[in-house]
Write a protein that binds this ligand. Structure first.
Ligand SMILES: [Zn+2]
Length: 111
């Protein structure tokens, strides 16, 4: 997969989590600022990500707060299961995305 796509996806996730945190604070009665700006940035980023990948990410986000997680020592940091050596799965839409076979999260390597 295109490295840039993955970087955009990680940034998108960060923004999504920030928006979520703002919304949670607002529910508790705190007044928050900057949420409109965050939503604008989210839209801009979302446009850079190929639609099938974005859809996949959004489906995962319904289950997990973090849909894209790093891998360390060959371990998925989403569910802490050791990954098999053959990781590549090819999606229907012909994009190569690395996913954890245990939890289904999208993976990225820190190095
Ligand atoms: Zn996992």
């Amino acid at each position: 997969m295109d490295e840039r796509q993955l970087r955009c996806l990680v940034a998108l996730q960060d923004i999504d989590i920030m928006i979520q945190e703002h919304e949670e604070e607002e529910k508790l009665g705190f007044k928050t600022e900057g949420i409109e700006k965050l939503k604008e940035m989210r839209e801009e980023l979302a446009q850079k990500i190929q639609l099938p990948l974005l859809r996949r990410y959004e489906r995962l986000r319904q289950h997990y707060k973090r849909a894209v997680v790093p891998v360390q020592d060959n371990t998925c940091l989403g569910c802490f299961v050791k990954l098999p050596t053959s990781l590549t799965t090819r999606g229907k839409e012909n994009i190569e995305v690395y996913t954890c076979e245990n939890c289904g999260r999208i993976l990225y390597w820190l190095d």
